[in-house]
Design a protein. Structure first.
Length: 95
């Protein structure tokens, strides 16, 4: 497996050289449980937090739109994904 720090694609947390839906579980794990991973630090502030969520979702959505220009992703999926990320982030902050 490629080291995420060496992949060179922000958000490519699984190190496969692509930013896509396969990075979501890894992103959530790193965000909620650590350890720090520069590939997940979307805004480059050396902290994994809620500020990285919006940038990650936008990056995955943008990459998905470019890859699926013939068949667009349903917007409900992205709304649910953002909602899930927010709930999980709030649980971590509150807990």
């Amino acid at each position: 497996m490629i080291e995420p720090e060496k992949a060179g694609i922000p958000g490519d947390c699984n190190g496969d050289g692509q930013l896509n839906h396969l990075d979501v579980p890894c992103f959530l794990d790193k965000l909620l449980n650590g350890p720090y991973d520069a590939a997940v630090d979307m805004n480059g502030d050396d902290v994994l937090d809620g500020l990285d969520i919006e940038l990650f979702v936008a990056a995955v959505q943008s990459a998905g739109a470019a890859a699926a220009s013939v068949v667009p992703e349903p917007s409900a999926f992205w709304l649910a994904a953002v909602g899930l990320l927010c709930v999980l982030w709030r649980r971590r902050v509150a807990g």
